[in-house]
Design a binder for this molecule. Structure first.
Ligand code: ADP
Length: 245
C-alpha cells in the first residue's frame, strides 16, 4: 500500500465522507423488467445493477439436468461501459468465478428440490461498477428471485468489509478497494445468520477477521430490511398504478 495515500482522515472520515461502519447510500426496486419472471434494480453508491430471473424452466443444456432438484445458473456480466477504462466485453475468469459463487449462495436458499430437472436462470448485469459488485449483484438477485415468487428459505443480503489505512471499513468503494489492504465479501441467511458466501482478498489478523464478520453480519441485516421494503413496495401498489399497468 502507498503510505502517502490517506484513506481515513484524523476525524475518522473516509474519502467519500462516510464513517467506518456506514454503508453507501442504497436503493432497491423490485419488478423493473416486465418480460422477466422476476427482476430487481439496485444501486449502492456508484454501483448500478440489474438482476433478472427466469424459471424454473427446462434446463439447457440437458446434460446438466438433475433428476432430484433444479439447478441455479447465474450469469454475472460487467458491461464494457460500466468502468471508465472500458472492460473487454464477454465472459472472463472473473465473471465465471463470480457467477459460480453467486449460484452457490442462491442454491442454498432456493427450495430446488421442488423442481427436479429444471433450471433457475439468474442474470446479473453490472451497468456501473465501483467495487462491491458481486455483493450488490447477489443482493439484487435474491430480491429478483422473491419477485419471481420463487420458494426460498430467506433473502440473501450481501456486503463486503475491507481494510484500508489499517482500519476496518464497511462496504469499500473503488478507491478504498484499490489502495486498501483487504476485502472480505460475505452474504448471510438473516434468519439463521448462516454464511452462504465468504471470500477474502488480502490479509487480516484473526481479531480483525472476527470484528469484520460482526460488522458485515450487522450490515447484512440493514440491507435485509431494504430488500424486504423493496418487495413490500412492489406488492402494495396503489390503485392508480395498478390501472396504468
Ligand atoms: P467486486 O466488484 O465484487 O468488488 P472485484 O474486487 O473483482 O469485484 O472488483 C472491484 C472493482 O474493480 C469492480 O467493482 C470494478 O469497479 C473494477 N473492475 C473489475 N474488473 C474490471 C475490469 N476488467 N476493468 C476495469 N475495472 C474493473
Amino acid at each position: 500500500m502507498d503510505s502517502d495515500i490517506v484513506m481515513v482522515d484524523d476525524k475518522g472520515k473516509r474519502v467519500d465522507g462516510r464513517e467506518a461502519n456506514d454503508l453507501r447510500p442504497m436503493k432497491i426496486e423490485a419488478g423493473v423488467l416486465p418480460n422477466a419472471d422476476g427482476s430487481a434494480y439496485l444501486e449502492i453508491g456508484k454501483n448500478k445493477v440489474l438482476a433478472a430471473v427466469y424459471g424454473p424452466r427446462e434446463c439447457h443444456p440437458r446434460h446438466l439436468q438433475d433428476p432430484t432438484k433444479a439447478i441455479v445458473q447465474c450469469k454475472y456480466n460487467m458491461q464494457s461501459y460500466s468502468v471508465s477504462d472500458r472492460k473487454r466485453p464477454g465472459p472472463d475468469r472473473r465473471s465465471a468465478e463470480i457467477s459460480k459463487i453467486i449460484s452457490e449462495a442462491l442454491e442454498s436458499v432456493i427450495l430446488t428440490e421442488l423442481f427436479p430437472r429444471a433450471s433457475i436462470d439468474v442474470y446479473i448485469e453490472i451497468m456501473q461498477a465501483n467495487a462491491g459488485t458481486r455483493c450488490a449483484g447477489l443482493t439484487a438477485a435474491s430480491v429478483a428471485l422473491a419477485d419471481a415468487g420463487m420458494p426460498m428459505r430467506d433473502l440473501v443480503p450481501s456486503v463486503a468489509v475491507g481494510k484500508a489505512d489499517g482500519k476496518l471499513l464497511l462496504d469499500l468503494n473503488k478507491e478504498e478497494d484499490n489502495f486498501g489492504e483487504a476485502d472480505l465479501p460475505l452474504a448471510i441467511i438473516p434468519k439463521t445468520d448462516e454464511v452462504v458466501l465468504l471470500q477474502m482478498d488480502g490479509h487480516m489478523t484473526k481479531e480483525e477477521f472476527d470484528s469484520a464478520m460482526k460488522t458485515g453480519v450487522a450490515a447484512c441485516h440493514e440491507i435485509y430490511e431494504m430488500q424486504k421494503d423493496a418487495l413490500r413496495r412492489r406488492y402494495s401498489v396503489g390503485e392508480e398504478e395498478e390501472v396504468e399497468e
